[in-house]
Design a protein around this ligand. Structure first.
Ligand code: SF4
Length: 285
Protein backbone atom coordinates (compact mmCIF):
# COMPACT_ATOMS: atom_id res chain seq x y z
CA UNK A 1 0.00 0.00 0.00
CA UNK A 2 1.24 3.49 -0.87
CA UNK A 3 0.67 6.47 1.37
CA UNK A 4 0.13 9.88 -0.19
CA UNK A 5 0.11 13.10 1.84
CA UNK A 6 -2.03 16.02 0.67
CA UNK A 7 0.18 18.74 -0.90
CA UNK A 8 -0.88 21.05 1.91
CA UNK A 9 -2.00 19.81 5.32
CA UNK A 10 -1.74 20.63 9.02
CA UNK A 11 -0.93 23.98 10.62
CA UNK A 12 -2.05 27.11 8.76
CA UNK A 13 -0.29 30.47 9.09
CA UNK A 14 -2.87 31.68 11.66
CA UNK A 15 -2.31 28.72 13.98
CA UNK A 16 1.50 28.94 13.63
CA UNK A 17 1.31 32.64 14.54
CA UNK A 18 -0.87 31.94 17.59
CA UNK A 19 1.42 29.19 18.91
CA UNK A 20 4.50 31.37 18.36
CA UNK A 21 2.93 34.23 20.32
CA UNK A 22 2.09 31.93 23.24
CA UNK A 23 5.55 30.33 23.18
CA UNK A 24 7.19 33.77 23.23
CA UNK A 25 5.17 34.74 26.32
CA UNK A 26 5.97 31.43 28.03
CA UNK A 27 9.68 31.72 27.25
CA UNK A 28 9.67 34.89 29.38
CA UNK A 29 8.49 32.71 32.29
CA UNK A 30 5.08 34.30 32.03
CA UNK A 31 2.28 31.91 33.07
CA UNK A 32 -0.97 32.80 31.38
CA UNK A 33 -4.58 31.78 30.93
CA UNK A 34 -6.10 31.16 27.52
CA UNK A 35 -9.78 31.96 27.09
CA UNK A 36 -10.85 28.60 25.69
CA UNK A 37 -8.67 26.16 23.73
CA UNK A 38 -5.94 28.25 22.12
CA UNK A 39 -6.48 26.22 18.90
CA UNK A 40 -8.83 23.28 18.32
CA UNK A 41 -6.31 20.52 18.95
CA UNK A 42 -5.96 18.64 22.24
CA UNK A 43 -2.28 17.74 21.73
CA UNK A 44 -1.30 21.37 21.16
CA UNK A 45 -3.46 22.60 24.07
CA UNK A 46 -2.01 19.97 26.46
CA UNK A 47 1.59 20.70 25.43
CA UNK A 48 1.16 24.44 25.96
CA UNK A 49 -0.74 23.85 29.23
CA UNK A 50 2.19 21.79 30.55
CA UNK A 51 4.41 24.82 29.87
CA UNK A 52 2.13 27.28 31.66
CA UNK A 53 -0.67 28.28 29.24
CA UNK A 54 -3.75 27.20 31.22
CA UNK A 55 -7.04 27.02 29.32
CA UNK A 56 -10.06 28.44 31.15
CA UNK A 57 -13.65 28.56 29.96
CA UNK A 58 -14.55 31.84 31.68
CA UNK A 59 -12.78 35.07 32.58
CA UNK A 60 -13.87 34.57 36.21
CA UNK A 61 -11.54 31.53 36.43
CA UNK A 62 -8.42 33.55 35.56
CA UNK A 63 -5.88 33.81 38.36
CA UNK A 64 -2.90 34.73 36.15
CA UNK A 65 -1.91 38.31 35.28
CA UNK A 66 -1.97 37.62 31.53
CA UNK A 67 -4.89 36.42 29.38
CA UNK A 68 -4.52 35.16 25.82
CA UNK A 69 -7.28 35.48 23.24
CA UNK A 70 -7.36 32.41 20.99
CA UNK A 71 -6.84 32.20 17.20
CA UNK A 72 -10.65 32.24 16.80
CA UNK A 73 -10.90 35.67 18.45
CA UNK A 74 -13.34 36.62 21.20
CA UNK A 75 -16.49 38.70 21.66
CA UNK A 76 -15.77 42.44 21.71
CA UNK A 77 -16.92 42.93 25.33
CA UNK A 78 -14.32 40.41 26.59
CA UNK A 79 -11.53 42.88 25.80
CA UNK A 80 -13.05 45.61 27.97
CA UNK A 81 -13.74 43.10 30.75
CA UNK A 82 -10.09 41.98 30.72
CA UNK A 83 -8.90 45.60 30.80
CA UNK A 84 -11.32 46.40 33.63
CA UNK A 85 -9.65 43.66 35.68
CA UNK A 86 -6.25 45.22 34.99
CA UNK A 87 -4.95 42.12 33.19
CA UNK A 88 -2.54 42.07 30.28
CA UNK A 89 -3.92 40.79 26.95
CA UNK A 90 -2.09 38.71 24.38
CA UNK A 91 -4.39 38.89 21.37
CA UNK A 92 -3.60 35.95 19.07
CA UNK A 93 -6.75 36.39 16.94
CA UNK A 94 -5.85 35.25 13.42
CA UNK A 95 -5.58 38.32 11.12
CA UNK A 96 -8.05 36.71 8.69
CA UNK A 97 -10.63 36.33 11.51
CA UNK A 98 -9.88 39.90 12.60
CA UNK A 99 -10.63 41.10 9.06
CA UNK A 100 -14.05 39.37 9.20
CA UNK A 101 -14.73 41.08 12.57
CA UNK A 102 -13.80 44.46 11.05
CA UNK A 103 -16.07 43.90 8.05
CA UNK A 104 -18.95 43.03 10.41
CA UNK A 105 -18.34 46.24 12.38
CA UNK A 106 -18.07 48.46 9.25
CA UNK A 107 -21.20 47.00 7.66
CA UNK A 108 -23.17 47.35 10.89
CA UNK A 109 -22.05 50.98 11.19
CA UNK A 110 -23.17 51.53 7.58
CA UNK A 111 -26.69 50.36 8.54
CA UNK A 112 -26.60 46.84 7.12
CA UNK A 113 -28.01 43.78 8.89
CA UNK A 114 -25.09 41.33 8.92
CA UNK A 115 -25.78 37.67 8.15
CA UNK A 116 -22.92 35.27 8.86
CA UNK A 117 -22.93 32.00 6.97
CA UNK A 118 -21.56 29.83 9.79
CA UNK A 119 -22.16 27.80 12.96
CA UNK A 120 -23.74 30.17 15.47
CA UNK A 121 -22.13 28.42 18.46
CA UNK A 122 -18.60 28.35 17.08
CA UNK A 123 -16.24 30.66 19.08
CA UNK A 124 -15.13 32.49 15.94
CA UNK A 125 -18.72 33.20 14.87
CA UNK A 126 -19.71 34.34 18.37
CA UNK A 127 -16.78 36.77 18.22
CA UNK A 128 -17.72 38.14 14.79
CA UNK A 129 -21.38 38.46 15.82
CA UNK A 130 -20.39 40.65 18.78
CA UNK A 131 -19.14 43.27 16.29
CA UNK A 132 -22.69 43.65 14.94
CA UNK A 133 -23.90 45.15 18.24
CA UNK A 134 -26.57 42.47 18.59
CA UNK A 135 -28.13 43.20 15.18
CA UNK A 136 -26.55 40.29 13.23
CA UNK A 137 -27.48 36.66 12.81
CA UNK A 138 -25.49 33.48 12.07
CA UNK A 139 -26.84 30.40 10.35
CA UNK A 140 -25.80 27.45 8.21
CA UNK A 141 -29.15 27.55 6.47
CA UNK A 142 -30.28 30.37 4.16
CA UNK A 143 -33.81 29.56 5.28
CA UNK A 144 -33.49 31.89 8.27
CA UNK A 145 -35.65 34.31 10.20
CA UNK A 146 -34.14 37.72 9.44
CA UNK A 147 -33.75 40.28 12.21
CA UNK A 148 -35.08 43.78 11.37
CA UNK A 149 -33.46 45.13 8.18
CA UNK A 150 -32.78 48.83 7.68
CA UNK A 151 -30.43 49.68 4.81
CA UNK A 152 -29.99 46.15 3.48
CA UNK A 153 -28.44 42.74 4.16
CA UNK A 154 -24.68 42.12 4.21
CA UNK A 155 -23.58 38.50 3.96
CA UNK A 156 -20.17 37.38 5.24
CA UNK A 157 -18.78 33.93 6.11
CA UNK A 158 -17.20 32.02 8.98
CA UNK A 159 -13.61 31.80 7.72
CA UNK A 160 -13.49 28.00 7.51
CA UNK A 161 -16.70 27.62 5.48
CA UNK A 162 -16.16 25.98 2.07
CA UNK A 163 -16.36 28.61 -0.69
CA UNK A 164 -18.87 26.60 -2.75
CA UNK A 165 -21.13 26.30 0.30
CA UNK A 166 -20.93 30.06 0.82
CA UNK A 167 -21.71 30.72 -2.87
CA UNK A 168 -24.75 28.44 -2.68
CA UNK A 169 -25.91 30.11 0.56
CA UNK A 170 -25.49 33.54 -1.09
CA UNK A 171 -27.58 32.48 -4.13
CA UNK A 172 -30.37 31.16 -1.91
CA UNK A 173 -30.39 34.30 0.24
CA UNK A 174 -30.38 36.55 -2.82
CA UNK A 175 -33.21 34.71 -4.56
CA UNK A 176 -35.28 34.99 -1.38
CA UNK A 177 -34.65 38.66 -0.55
CA UNK A 178 -33.20 40.57 -3.52
CA UNK A 179 -36.59 41.96 -4.50
CA UNK A 180 -37.12 43.36 -1.00
CA UNK A 181 -33.66 44.41 0.18
CA UNK A 182 -30.31 45.58 -1.12
CA UNK A 183 -27.87 42.66 -0.63
CA UNK A 184 -24.09 42.97 -0.24
CA UNK A 185 -21.98 39.78 -0.38
CA UNK A 186 -18.44 39.79 1.02
CA UNK A 187 -16.41 36.61 0.84
CA UNK A 188 -14.53 36.35 4.17
CA UNK A 189 -13.61 32.66 3.79
CA UNK A 190 -9.97 31.79 4.48
CA UNK A 191 -7.73 30.97 1.47
CA UNK A 192 -5.62 28.58 3.62
CA UNK A 193 -8.70 26.52 4.52
CA UNK A 194 -10.03 26.65 0.94
CA UNK A 195 -6.73 25.39 -0.48
CA UNK A 196 -6.80 22.43 1.91
CA UNK A 197 -10.39 21.62 0.89
CA UNK A 198 -9.62 21.53 -2.84
CA UNK A 199 -6.47 19.47 -2.16
CA UNK A 200 -8.49 16.97 -0.10
CA UNK A 201 -10.99 16.67 -2.95
CA UNK A 202 -8.24 15.97 -5.49
CA UNK A 203 -6.48 13.53 -3.17
CA UNK A 204 -9.73 11.64 -2.61
CA UNK A 205 -10.03 11.15 -6.38
CA UNK A 206 -6.49 9.71 -6.60
CA UNK A 207 -6.70 7.36 -3.60
CA UNK A 208 -8.84 4.45 -2.40
CA UNK A 209 -9.43 5.98 1.05
CA UNK A 210 -8.36 9.01 3.09
CA UNK A 211 -7.47 9.44 6.73
CA UNK A 212 -8.24 12.94 8.07
CA UNK A 213 -6.38 13.87 11.26
CA UNK A 214 -7.67 16.50 13.68
CA UNK A 215 -9.98 17.21 16.58
CA UNK A 216 -13.66 16.40 16.23
CA UNK A 217 -14.49 19.96 17.37
CA UNK A 218 -12.33 21.45 14.63
CA UNK A 219 -14.65 22.96 11.99
CA UNK A 220 -12.15 22.71 9.15
CA UNK A 221 -11.17 19.10 10.00
CA UNK A 222 -14.86 18.13 9.92
CA UNK A 223 -15.21 19.92 6.57
CA UNK A 224 -12.17 18.05 5.21
CA UNK A 225 -13.76 14.73 6.22
CA UNK A 226 -17.05 15.69 4.59
CA UNK A 227 -15.33 16.81 1.37
CA UNK A 228 -13.08 13.74 1.11
CA UNK A 229 -16.01 11.50 2.11
CA UNK A 230 -18.06 13.00 -0.73
CA UNK A 231 -15.53 11.61 -3.23
CA UNK A 232 -14.81 8.26 -1.59
CA UNK A 233 -14.02 6.74 1.80
CA UNK A 234 -12.82 9.08 4.56
CA UNK A 235 -11.91 8.22 8.16
CA UNK A 236 -11.67 11.02 10.74
CA UNK A 237 -9.24 10.33 13.60
CA UNK A 238 -7.74 12.41 16.39
CA UNK A 239 -4.87 10.01 17.25
CA UNK A 240 -2.88 7.32 15.44
CA UNK A 241 -4.20 4.74 17.92
CA UNK A 242 -7.69 5.10 16.37
CA UNK A 243 -6.58 3.53 13.07
CA UNK A 244 -8.46 0.29 12.47
CA UNK A 245 -6.26 -2.22 10.54
CA UNK A 246 -9.34 -3.38 8.61
CA UNK A 247 -9.38 0.04 6.84
CA UNK A 248 -6.27 -1.06 4.93
CA UNK A 249 -7.83 -4.17 3.39
CA UNK A 250 -7.82 -3.89 -0.41
CA UNK A 251 -6.48 -0.33 -0.28
CA UNK A 252 -3.63 0.28 -2.76
CA UNK A 253 -3.22 3.97 -2.05
CA UNK A 254 -4.14 5.70 1.23
CA UNK A 255 -4.40 9.50 1.34
CA UNK A 256 -3.53 11.59 4.40
CA UNK A 257 -4.72 15.06 5.22
CA UNK A 258 -5.06 17.06 8.43
CA UNK A 259 -6.87 20.10 9.83
CA UNK A 260 -5.25 23.51 10.20
CA UNK A 261 -4.59 22.96 13.92
CA UNK A 262 -3.10 19.45 13.64
CA UNK A 263 0.62 19.40 14.52
CA UNK A 264 3.25 17.72 12.29
CA UNK A 265 4.08 15.28 15.11
CA UNK A 266 0.58 13.75 14.97
CA UNK A 267 0.66 13.51 11.17
CA UNK A 268 4.05 11.75 11.26
CA UNK A 269 2.81 9.37 13.96
CA UNK A 270 -0.17 8.38 11.79
CA UNK A 271 2.11 7.75 8.81
CA UNK A 272 4.49 5.64 10.92
CA UNK A 273 1.57 3.61 12.32
CA UNK A 274 0.25 2.98 8.81
CA UNK A 275 3.70 1.87 7.63
CA UNK A 276 3.99 -0.48 10.59
CA UNK A 277 0.55 -1.97 9.87
CA UNK A 278 1.39 -2.42 6.18
CA UNK A 279 4.57 -4.28 7.09
CA UNK A 280 2.64 -6.42 9.57
CA UNK A 281 0.00 -7.22 6.98
CA UNK A 282 2.52 -8.19 4.31
CA UNK A 283 4.16 -10.45 6.90
CA UNK A 284 0.79 -12.15 7.53
CA UNK A 285 -0.53 -12.49 3.99
S1 SF4 B 1 -7.79 28.54 9.04
FE1 SF4 B 1 -7.48 30.57 8.17
S2 SF4 B 1 -8.72 31.90 9.47
FE2 SF4 B 1 -8.44 30.00 10.62
S3 SF4 B 1 -6.61 30.34 11.87
FE3 SF4 B 1 -5.94 29.39 9.96
S4 SF4 B 1 -5.34 31.10 8.62
FE4 SF4 B 1 -6.63 31.93 10.28
Amino acid sequence: MEIERAKVLGFCCGVRRTIKMIETALSADQPLATLGAIVHNTTVVNELAARGARPVSDLAEVTERVVAITAHGAPRQIFSQIKARGLQIINTTCPIVHKAQQRAAELTAAGFTVVICGEENHPEVKGILSWTDGTGIASLSADLKLPPVDRGIALIAQTTIKEEFFADFACQLASRYNKTYKIKIINTTCPEASYRYSEAEELAKRTDAIIVIGNRNSANTCNLTKIAGGKGIAYHIEQASEIDPSWLKGVKRMGITAGTSTPDGLINEVIKTLQRLVNLQSAVY
